[in-house]
Design a protein around this ligand. Structure first.
Ligand code: ZN
Length: 540
């Protein structure tokens, strides 16, 4: 049986002096209140939505560092708790940019923001003029012998795709091959120079009108060119599904027919389109610096203390943007003030706990998650502890305690030995465990755990879950529609503190179990993600 964690009520007086989460009661459980008090600070209006590189984010980070110092955790960054990271930002200047479809030699201008928008996730070329080819889901999955590009002539052309995957594709594979780097690799291999992506209407988290609000915000890339996965891709456009028929004019299919198939995850036809695209993109480029924050709780075992269990959460969010209902501050209370607060709460709790861990625990707040998992990508590739000494990453992003915690959704549940361990811990808390109920949303590659996975490190992420068809499922969906990446993801929203506390209990218990397990976590034999494990060179 797993012992419950005894959290001592004693917090340092320095911590109490500063504006404060109240000290925890001497109970064996988190109560959710200390966590929510941290969220209220990190997601307050004066943190200005914590955009990467902004003053608001620096302020939130300074608060975390202050708390870490007060709790006497060890700095484990490069400059104290900080690990500086360099980025380049790309911002589309729409007044100097144009998009048009060309039908029978005639230009039909597209309205930016209404019909389509540029994505600056790739290094957009100033001019592109190229024929279009519909390539279904645009997936190339060698292990399933699946290739949407096979038999199509894409040389010098732009692929039009609908996001999603056929039902035969296991979720992790589908997720992986929809990442920007894999997409770019597949496009390059096919000779295509760009992509027009139509969101699958069956899996849109947020409506088009809100997707487009952020389109002129800067996107970022890591400055070090070794991280440039999208090289060779000159055009990336996202097309409004409501207007997508314009792309299919003169073709044997209406968009609605294709969308119906994609919703059901059925096979899609692939064919050359009549139209071509003309793009003129003006991009403003700037240098940006932003830090990751790293703290350490040393392990007690003479050998295992040199190995690390990482608890990670992204601290950045979207900053100040287009107003919705008069509110311009995208506070990011759940996304991801919630995870950042949770890591801070657990760091405090473990530091003051009588339970000691054999391995060391690293608490990591990464920057630039919203820009494409960049801070974590940098950390996982350039860790501040020896490479290979990180045994697991347990990531928390937007765990959504908005209803009671009866089911725990575990992303990566069936992929590594972390899965059974999480299941065991959750069962002892009388919580059911399930894999991702909505594989189409790509959640497993959409947060920072993926950066560790790509370095071979077993990882999981968890959320307060729901069973399909229940009121919780409706509440979850509503939350995504109304609050996800909107200014209303703030601290005025309803929250279930008990669910949050129970979730914290589970994460902390999982961290302790992993840190004390004599065995390092390993990927399952059949796991797709095992491929990233670097086998050390054993010499001649
Ligand atoms: Zn987000």
């Amino acid at each position: 049986m797993l012992k419950r964690i005894v959290v001592l009520a004693v917090l340092s007086t320095a911590l109490l002096a500063q504006n404060p989460p109240a000290p925890k009661a001497a109970s064996s459980n988190f109560d959710g209140k200390s966590w929510w008090d941290y969220v209220k600070i990190l997601a307050a209006d004066d943190m200005e939505g914590r955009e990467t590189g902004s003053e608001g984010l620096r302020k939130a980070q300074a608060y975390i560092v202050e708390q870490l110092k007060a709790a006497e955790l060890e700095p484990a960054g490069v400059n104290g708790f900080y690990q500086p990271v360099k980025f380049i930002s790309h911002q589309i200047d729409e007044s100097g940019s144009r998009l048009a479809l060309v039908h029978n030699g005639k230009d039909e201008p597209l309205v930016l923001g209404e019909d389509a928008m540029f994505s600056t996730r790739v290094d957009l070329a100033p001019e592109v003029d190229a024929p279009l080819v519909f390539a279904g889901y645009g997936l190339r999955v060698p292990e399933k012998d699946y290739d949407d590009f096979a038999g199509l002539d894409l040389k010098g052309k732009v692929a039009v795709i609908i996001s999603g995957s056929p039902a035969e594709m296991p979720a992790p594979l589908a997720s992986h091959y929809q990442s920007t780097s894999e997409r770019a690799r597949a496009l390059r291999a096919a000779g295509a120079i760009g992509m027009i992506s139509i969101p699958n209407p069956g899996a849109m988290d947020i409506p088009w009108s809100r997707m487009t609000l952020a389109r002129t915000r800067p996107s970022m890339a890591l400055a070090d060119p070794k991280f440039d996965d999208a090289r060779g891709v000159k055009l990336y456009v996202v097309f409004n599904p409501a207007d997508a028929d314009k792309l299919f004019e003169g073709s044997p299919y209406k968009f609605q027919q294709l969308a119906d198939l994609a919703k059901e995850r059925k096979p899609l036809p692939r064919f050359a389109l009549r139209a071509s695209i003309k793009a003129h993109a003006k991009v403003i480029q700037k240098d940006v610096e932003s830090d990751n924050i790293v703290a350490k709780l040393p392990g007690t075992d003479s050998k295992l203390k040199d190995e690390y269990v990482v608890l990670s959460a992204h601290i950045d969010h979207l900053g100040i943007g287009e107003p919705i209902n008069g509110d311009r501050i995208y506070n990011g209370a759940m996304d991801n003030g919630s995870g950042s607060a949770l890591i801070l709460d657990i760091a405090n709790s473990l530091q003051h706990s009588q339970v000691k861990t054999k391995r060391s625990v690293l608490f990591l707040w990464v920057s630039a998650e919203e820009k494409g998992l960049l801070g974590s990508r940098y950390f996982a590739a350039n860790p501040t502890v020896p490479k290979g000494s990180i045994v697991a990453d347990i990531n928390t992003d937007m765990f959504l305690p908005i209803y009671p915690l009866k089911v725990l959704t575990v992303f990566g549940l069936d992929e590594s030995s972390l899965g059974p361990l999480v299941r065991d811990v959750a069962q002892q808390q009388h919580v059911l465990v399930q894999a991702d109920p909505e594989p189409l949303r790509n959640a497993f590659i959409r947060s920072d755990q993926y950066s560790f996975i790509r370095q071979g490190v077993p990882a999981v992420a968890m959320q307060v879950g729901y069973k399909p068809g229940t009121p919780e499922a409706t509440a979850h969906k509503q939350w995504l529609t109304q609050r996800y990446h909107a200014p209303s993801d703030d601290t005025n929203q309803p929250v279930d503190l008990e669910a949050a506390g129970k979730f914290e209990d589970i994460i902390q218990a999982v961290a302790i179990r992993v840190a004390n397990d004599p065995q390092r976590p390993i990927w399952e034999n059949g796991s797709f993600f095992r491929r990233f494990v670097v086998v050390p060179n054993m010499g001649p």
